[in-house]
Design a protein around this ligand. Structure first.
Ligand code: AMP
Length: 208
């Protein structure tokens, strides 16, 4: 049976060179795994304690709305410019691959006091930070963040002053590879030095 991690495809150099894009859309093609993920995310204490969910444009809507239905919590949205009608709050932010801004409908935000943020992926944390600043500057409480994927090498979590829960974290593989690399470099150095010592010993010995 397929696992959640098997459904996340990696695209190198998309949408820009140097970016390792994690495509989570495969998850919604496997309803049983999607359901299991939503049940797990919905049972989070962050969701339980929040009055409402705020999900982020656009893949955040997929997970946010499913959690909202499962947990019976209202959901509002943070959208890219030009997508929402009415009076809006707006804030700029930097992305792993560029710059953008997000907007929230004033009317929707005013209805609730505490929020759980939901998105598909946490990279540098710029997007979530932008949403949390928008909420906090309007005296709203941010109880935490839920994401499906976390790219922990980009350090997003450390920029946030509230708890973060991710279902899949890509730090372990990188750390293991990095650790193996260090062991192999040290081993090579040790071997070179050991060979050198053997030669020195041999030279000393032969000079007697
Ligand atoms: P960041 O603000 O850097 O944490 O970026 C998070 C937002 O950008 C999320 O809404 C993601 O959908 C998107 N994103 C950033 N980097 C990636 C990536 N490597 N793969 C997939 N989506 C990404």
């Amino acid at each position: 049976m397929k696992k959640l991690i098997d459904l996340i495809e990696t695209y190198q150099d998309y949408p820009k060179k140097g970016i390792e894009f994690k495509d989570v859309l495969g998850i919604i093609q496997e309803p049983m795994i999607f359901k299991e993920l939503i049940l797990k995310m919905s049972s989070s204490q962050i969701i339980k304690n929040a009055e409402a969910i705020i999900s982020i444009d656009a893949r955040g809507f997929i997970f946010g709305s499913a959690i909202s239905m499962q947990a019976s919590k209202p959901m509002i949205v943070a959208r890219k410019p030009g997508k929402l009608p009415g009076e809006l709050y707006k804030k700029k932010y930097s992305l792993e691959y560029g710059e953008n801004s997000l907007t929230i409908q004033k009317k929707a935000l005013q209805r609730y006091n505490s929020y759980a943020i939901v998105d598909d992926l946490l990279a540098t944390g710029g997007t979530v930070n932008c949403v949390s600043k928008l909420l906090q500057s309007n005296n709203k409480e941010v109880l935490g963040l839920l994401v499906v994927v976390e790219l922990s090498k980009l350090g997003g979590r450390s920029k946030l002053d509230f708890p973060t829960e991710s279902s899949i974290c890509f730090w372990k593989i990188n750390c293991v590879l990095f650790g193996l690399q260090i062991i192999s470099i040290n081993y090579k150095l040790f071997r070179e030095r050991f060979n050198c010592l053997r030669w020195l010993k041999w030279l000393n010995f032969s000079s007697f």
